[in-house]
Write a protein that binds this ligand. Structure first.
Ligand code: 6R9
Length: 649
């Protein structure tokens, strides 16, 4: 039996969903034809202190480069995510928390309780000296206090910068320093899959390399032993007992910064992606409602970490702005057993589940029994994000997990875009496994060739976005020139996504992966330059080049070519040491999957490393056609050595 290549919209979805196919076409057309009215109308979904009268005001041209949305409006994000729901759903659960271990009891917070928690947290931050516009770094496990901390920042107009709990002290220090954070919010320890992560100790280590830090607020999560530094460190529970459970909201301009989130790019150190208040919240809330067809009362679970943009937009801001019940899960999808994710679905009667292809591939490998042993009867809609989903994993998700009853929304977007950009809407879009399908309202994707020429019809090339949308990032923190340079110069006048893309004869978009030096490891972005710079900091390493390699579970793995200093011997011990070194420098997600010791790297006569060749070797594609012309290399013989000594893991 051949698998269908298209899955039509189920009749009941076409009938009941907010947006059906006809409505999608209408609204998509309207948003492009009359963006001013369209977006002012959409803006009504938020609660404004001062309603905006202008929508987008932007230009991607160098001469008058600017991106502004609803610039004359005033609002507060925490008021939108909490206060405005108090009258209508104060006693409804806002945050449902599932702990790491299934033996522990879940916790839940109603909107009213959330209000008190966030107000307290905001008052603690104020007492620690936080003011509007200050940067606060949040380095937390997946516990409700992480969400409280984010919302508390927005309540007082402080700019949060969440650093994923898996990052090393070095990586944390770099991010604290880059945005001059005066306060870090952390926990004694994090827990994942039964293991403890020494978050506070990592902050202490990071603090040695940081000058701007003034206060560290520590949430007691596990009760693990930590050192507290007098005058700097504050136990959250002690401070919270001394403050009021009420805190007025700070009125913010729509264009005031909301948060910074560091992400990897193709060059240099991670960039602080800055999102602003009004446009971002509108985008997160609108896309959450339309993409998941969210209905009041539904239990919704985005199984991401708050340390990534998916956690920001689709665990916290989008769902809470929509008055949803959002589930937050502390642990891993496959611990203690590969059934865990489905058990959580059953325990909480989750109707909408949003996760990453890498998790699905890992679970699929364990066999169907771990899935079929659970009910999953509550599930209505499934989503994926983070990387291209291979059709095999898509079909498994659809047939085994969703028992063919749940549409799958494969949502393409980026840290930079704030929320979903190319995505199905369950009542409107027929699905094709592996395709993110069609653009969101207001999104104008184009496919261009290397010269920037627009390619029409069914085609393949670079994905760019031809106009601004409200959720677009506004700048790179502290480096506006880098913002323009990174995203608007490759194809002038357009936003460059860094992704390759194919469009088929039905106008469906198929993301083919990054076209720059960014690799996507388990849905997490790693800049090859970051891993290289960590490697060359090791005293035995002279030079390093890092590329992606295909990986069954992670999508892409990290393949590092390392040239050692003279008199240094390659050995298995050194290989293990270098892997550990990168983990310590950046974090476990950056650990190389393969390290090949190479006496030389393929370079052009001008000294440029030819990554194309390194990629092919890492992929195991070493035919002469694949390697192409090597005659322009300074020393073509290095390629033979690289091919002969290729490592497989
Ligand atoms: C939300 C998020 C962004 C990069 C992006 C692309 C890849 C994300 C995808 C996808 C294919 C999807 N990506 N979603 N590729 N299909 N549905 O993941 O943000 O961490 O910034 O990564 O992830 O390559 O450019 P971020």
């Amino acid at each position: 039996m051949t698998e269908p290549s298209t899955y039509p919209v189920p009749a009941e979805w076409a009938e009941k969903a907010r947006v059906d196919a006809k409505r999608y076409d209408q609204l998509y057309g309207l948003a492009l034809a009359d963006p001013g009215s369209f977006w002012l109308e959409q803006a009504k979904r938020l609660d404004w202190i001062k309603r905006p009268e202008i929508a987008g005001d932007w230009s991607f041209d160098e001469a008058d480069f600017r991106i502004r949305w609803f610039a004359d409006g005033k609002l507060n994000v925490s008021a939108n995510c909490i206060d405005r729901h108090l009258k209508t759903r104060g006693d409804q659960v806002a945050i449902l928390w599932e702990p790491d271990s299934p033996d522990e009891a879940p916790r839940s917070y109603t909107y009213r309780q959330l209000h008190a928690e966030v107000c307290r947290f905001a008052n603690v931050l104020k007492a620690a000296g936080a003011r509007k516009g200050d940067r606060i770094t949040i380095y937390m496990p997946m516990i409700p206090e992480a969400a409280f901390a984010l919302l508390a920042c927005t309540r007082i107009g402080a700019i949060h910068s969440v650093v994923f709990g898996g990052f090393s002290p070095e990586a944390l220090a770099g991010r604290i320093t880059d945005c001059d954070s005066t306060i870090v919010v952390t926990a004694d320890e994090g827990r994942r899959g039964g293991k403890h992560v020494p978050l506070k100790a990592n902050v202490d280590e990071a603090a040695k390399h940081v000058r701007c830090l003034d206060k560290v607020v520590v949430v007691k999560a596990t009760g693990g032993e930590v050192a507290m530094q007098d005058g700097r460190d504050i136990w959250y529970h002690e401070a919270a007992a001394a403050v009021s459970a009420d805190c007025p909201v700070e009125p913010m301009g729509a264009e005031d910064p909301l948060f910074i989130l560091y992400t990897s790019g193709s060059t240099g150190k991670p960039k602080g992606v800055l999102h602003s208040t009004g446009g971002y919240l509108l985008w997160a809330s609108l896309t959450h409602e339309l993409v998941f067809d969210y209905r009041p009362g539904q239990i919704y679970w985005c199984a991401a970490d708050i340390g990534w943009v998916t956690g920001h937009s689709y665990i916290v801001y989008g769902p809470l702005a929509n008055g949803a019940t959002t589930l937050m899960y502390e642990g891993l999808p496959n611990w203690p057993t590969p059934s865990r994710i489905w058990q959580v679905v059953d325990r909480h009667k989750v109707e909408i589940l949003y996760t990453a292809p890498t998790a699905l591939r890992a679970l699929m490998k364990e066999g169907d029994d771990f899935v079929t042993a659970t009910s999953r009867a509550s599930l209505k809609l499934l989503g994926t994000v983070g990387e291209p989903i291979n059709p095999e994993a898509w079909r498994w998700y659809h047939s085994v997990v969703g028992e063919e009853r749940c549409p799958i929304v494969d949502t393409w977007w980026q840290t930079e875009t704030g929320g979903a950009m190319i995505t199905p809407m369950p009542g409107a879009t027929a699905l094709k496994p592996g395709s993110a399908t069609k653009p969101m309202f207001g999104v104008e994707p184009q496919i261009v060739d290397g010269e920037g020429t627009i390619l029409n019809g069914a085609t393949e090339g670079n994905l760019v976005i031809a106009r601004s949308w409200p959720g677009q990032m506004r700048t790179v923190w502290g480096d506006h020139a880098r913002f323009f340079q990174t995203y608007f110069t490759t194809f002038p006048g357009k936003y460059t996504t860094g992704d390759g893309c194919r469009r088929d004869e039905d106008g469906y978009y198929w993301i083919t992966g990054r076209v720059d030096d960014v690799i996507n490891v388990s849905g997490h972005r790693m800049g090859t330059a970051e891993v290289e710079s960590a490697l060359v900091q090791h005293e035995k390493v002279a030079e390093a080049a890092v590329v992606g390699m295909p990986h069954d579970i992670k999508g892409q793995g990290i393949y590092a070519y390392v040239t050692l200093n003279a008199n240094c011997e390659a050995s298995e011990d050194l290989r293990a040491e270098l892997r550990q070194w990168v983990r310590t420098e950046i974090g476990p997600i950056a650990t190389p999957d393969a390290i090949q010791f190479a006496p030389g790297l393929p370079k052009t006569r001008s000294g440029k490393i030819m990554r194309r060749i390194l990629r092919k070797i890492a992929e195991g594609d070493v035919s002469p056609q694949a390697l192409g012309d090597t005659s322009t290399l300074a020393d073509p013989a290095v390629v033979d050595d690289l091919v002969a000594n290729r490592v497989t893991r």
